[in-house]
Design a protein around this ligand. Sequence first.
Ligand SMILES: Nc1ncnc2c1ncn2[C@@H]1O[C@H](COP(=O)(O)OP(=O)(O)OP(=O)(O)O)[C@@H](O)[C@H]1O
Ligand SMILES: [Mg+2]
Length: 231
Amino acid sequence: MIRLEGITKEYFMGDVEIRALDNIHLEIKRGEFVSIMGPSGSGKSTLLNILGVLDQPSSGAYYLEDVDITHLRDKELAQIRNRHFGFIFQSYNLFPELTALENVIVPLTYAGKPKAERIERAKSLLVDVGMGHRLKHLPTQLSGGEQQRVAIARALANNPTLILADEPTGNLATDQGSEIMTLLQKLNSLGTTIVIVTHDPGISTYGKRLVKLRDGAIVEDRAIAEIKKDA
Ligand SMILES: Nc1ncnc2c1ncn2[C@@H]1O[C@H](COP(=O)(O)OP(=O)(O)OP(=O)(O)O)[C@@H](O)[C@H]1O
Ligand SMILES: [Mg+2]
């Protein structure tokens, strides 16, 4: 589904060059569940943002379904994001003045779905993530785990083929984090490809494959089942 070839990302702070990613080769196949780990500053968020075409590499190539999309224009990249990707963030990023239902409706509106269909689909997504009883709550009236479930429903609105999540459980208590990961596992078993970034080794094992970064480079890439067998 996705192939990164020799991706490098550099930032310049005055004269100082910071190499956030250094010659990354990574292939992600349909149906995978990849956990990305690594120390703070190792390039995890940079890599996730490049995978989600939220950011462009300094060099290297990005293939989506074998098509080189590295040099597409912003508008075309935005279309790819809306059609193919769903994003989940550590801080949920819900609109504070909108209810749970309205938050999930937002991307459906962007996709140009008729009003009745938007409401029906948003409700059914919220029921799927166990939030059918909180449709009219504002984000401030929900627990962290509940807010993240609304954010997941919103990420799923336009049937993404890939979900990208940066520290999705980073602000959650352990039990709420496990619930979110169980939900992501269920989505993966139904066919959605998932890539998450986490600091937490326990959380990483909900995935099927572990990619470890250090100083912007991949230093380990293994099946979680193999790692568990060795442990
Ligand atoms: N916009 C930017 N300008 C300059 N340097 C940046 C920028 N974004 C990231 N960096 C640098 O690139 C490196 C990788 O950052 P990144 O955010 O990808 O790390 P991370 O692995 O996600 O860390 P954390 O676990 O703390 O979230 C860091 O050294 C960071 O300081
Ligand atoms: Mg980060």
